[in-house]
Structure formats: structure tokens, C-alpha cells
Design a protein around this ligand. Structure first.
Ligand code: SF4
Length: 332
């Protein structure tokens, strides 16, 4: 069997909660627990769930921007935790991230020319002339005028700033980009422009994308595979072409039922999610979704559901997924 580009096994990240005069650890935020998935070159994984469910932590941990508590990330078959500093620096060329808020990632005091040139400088690539030419080509490629090279990020709109972030992310021709809520803050029309740009780049460069989003609408048309997270855990993975019709997990069903439908003659079979997402410091016993699940039984609060794997690679973690009523995406 060929090794996928990325294999994530049991990735776990707990952040200590400190307090008191001596700043002792008195708990942990369970940001990500036992997250596993695979991603092939040129494919897109949509990673979805409500705010605070741990998606961004997974994105940053698998790029080793933060160290995992447990678990392993294999990139082209190599365990990235075992790489020394030099090998990790070389690998960073292949792994990039685009954040939701460019203010977080773009230095507002630098011109966009300097921002986009930075990866070449860090990796000591090209002469000054070559780097200037590459920056112009990258600006062109993301739909920005190279004459803007001496302007500053605050002079651009939100969508244009995301294009600057993408230009920098693709500068070293990476193999994987994590798009961490990269279009969530943009207007719908600008969202689709930025998504189309990412998809064009994916085709040209055989890029793998991890598309992190808090709702299923954004990832629907871009993903090959979707992983749904709830309170730090992946509760379901399935091919994007089937999950919207046959979601197995009650939480996935609830997320799909909240997607608006454009056709006024059709309506959704609604499952309203009640209550807040519980604290990740003290997650509920058994199935973490049980306090909000309309299908919960006594077993659900007492026993953690195992992950059921199917022949096509999809997974679900629910005691009762086989006995749930049929899911109807829409009703007349
Ligand atoms: Fe709901 Fe129980 Fe399934 Fe959890 S295990 S999703 S509580 S039915």
C-alpha cells in the first residue's frame, strides 16, 4: 500500500490550566484527543466543527507549530517528531498555513514585497534580482498587481490580504497548506474568489489542503473527505460526496440540518442543537456529545463509543448510529 502524504495517528494536545499563587497546574484543556486521519497528495480534507472544538489546534499541532501531548504525524512516511532541527527546517518548505486573520500572520510594518520575499530569504534562495522577479510572479499568480509591491498590508481589503497570505504560503511550492478558517471572515462573494484561487493552485501544484471551517457549507464543494470534530474528538469522517446525504453521527446530522437551502419549496429536517458546547477542561463522561444529543441513552453517558471503521475508510464514533431514524437531507 502506498504511503499517503500525511498520516495523523492519535494526535492529542492538552494545554495545562495554571492558577493560584504558585501557578500550579490544576487541570488541562483537552483541545484535541486521539485525532486520526490520512490525506493524499492533491486532495482536500475539510475539518469542521463549532468554534472551540479543537480544529485549529489540530492544524497547528500537525505542522509542529505547537508540540503534541501524544500521537504521531507522518509526512511522506517520516515521523515529524523524530526530525532534528535541520530536517524540520527543510520540511517547513513543504508545510504552510494560511490564517483567518492576516493581521495575525502578516507583519503590518513590512511592505507586501518584503512579506512575500521572506520565505526565500529564510531559506537563502535566489539572488536579490531573482527574488524580486519571483515576488512579482507570485503577486500576478494570486491576482494582485505587482506594482503594489511597496504598499503595506493595511492598504488592502480583507480578500486582498488573504491573497497576500496565499502568495507567501505558495512561495516555496509546498505540498500541504493548512487553511485555518482562511475565508471565514470574508464576504460570500470574496470567499468564493479566494476558494477558487486555492483550487486552481491545488490543481497546478498537486497541493494537498486541509480546510478548517466552522460550518459545513464552506467545505462542501472543495473537500474530497470531511472530518467532523466535537469537543476535541473526531466523531465522523466520510467522503464529501456522501456525508451530506448519509451522515452517520447525530452531531454531523445537526450541522447539516442547519445549512440553509436556496429552494423555498424545500425544507430541512431540522435538528436543533441545544445548549452550549461543554468546557474542554472537564469534558462530559462517555460520549462527549451526550448532553446535547437527542438520541442519547444511559449507555452514552457511561461508556465512550469506539471508532467504527468502514471498508471505504470512513469512520464514526457513536453507540447507536445503526439504529438512528433515516436521515432526509431535504423534505418537500
Ligand atoms: Fe448520541 Fe449516544 Fe451516539 Fe453520542 S453515542 S452521538 S450520545 S447516540
Amino acid at each position: 500500500m502506498t504511503e499517503p502524504l500525511l498520516r495523523v495517528e492519535g494526535l492529542t494536545k492538552h494545554f495545562p490550566v495554571k492558577g493560584g499563587v504558585f501557578l500550579r497546574t490544576h487541570g488541562h484543556v483537552h483541545a484535541a484527543d486521539n485525532v486520526s486521519f490520512v490525506l493524499n497528495a492533491g486532495e482536500t480534507l475539510g475539518l469542521v466543527g463549532e468554534s472551540g472544538c479543537g480544529k485549529s489546534t489540530v492544524g497547528k499541532t500537525l505542522l509542529r507549530l505547537t508540540e503534541p501531548t501524544r500521537g504521531a504525524v507522518f509526512f511522506e512516511g517520516r515521523d515529524i517528531a523524530q526530525l532534528d532541527g535541520k530536517s524540520m527546517r527543510a520540511l517547513r518548505r513543504d508545510l504552510q498555513i494560511v490564517f483567518q486573520d492576516p493581521y495575525e500572520s502578516l507583519n503590518m510594518r513590512h511592505t507586501i514585497g518584503r512579506i512575500i520575499e521572506e520565505p526565500f530569504v529564510i531559506h537563502r534562495l535566489g539572488s536579490t534580482e531573482e527574488r524580486r522577479r519571483w515576488v512579482d510572479e507570485l503577486l500576478n499568480r494570486v491576482g494582485l498587481d505587482p506594482s503594489a509591491v511597496n504598499r503595506f498590508p493595511h492598504e488592502f481589503s480583507g480578500g486582498q490580504r488573504q491573497r497576500i497570505g496565499i502568495a507567501r504560503a505558495i512561495a516555496l511550492r509546498p505540498k500541504l497548506i493548512v487553511c485555518d478558517e482562511a475565508v471565514s471572515a470574508l464576504d460570500v462573494s470574496i470567499q468564493s474568489q479566494v476558494i477558487n484561487l486555492l483550487l486552481d493552485l491545488q490543481r497546478e501544484m498537486n497541493l494537498a489542503l486541509i480546510f478548517i471551517a466552522h460550518d459545513l457549507t464552506v467545505v462542501k464543494h472543495v473537500s474530497d473527505q470531511i472530518a467532523v470534530m466535537y469537543l476535541g474528538e473526531v466523531v465522523e469522517t466520510q467522503a464529501a460526496m456522501s456525508i451530506y446525504e448519509t451522515p452517520r453521527h447525530p452531531y454531523t446530522r445537526a450541522l447539516i440540518s442547519s445549512i440553509p437551502i436556496a429552494d423555498p419549496t424545500l425544507k430541512r429536517q431540522r435538528t436543533i442543537l441545544t445548549g452550549e458546547v461543554p468546557s474542554p477542561i472537564d469534558p462530559p463522561s462517555g460520549c462527549r456529545f451526550h448532553p446535547r444529543c437527542v438520541h442519547a441513552t444511559d449507555r452514552c453517558s457511561a461508556e465512550k463509543p469506539g471508532v467504527r471503521k468502514f471498508d471505504d475508510g470512513s469512520t464514526v464514533a457513536c453507540h447507536h448510529f445503526e439504529s438512528l431514524p433515516p436521515f432526509k437531507a431535504v423534505e418537500n
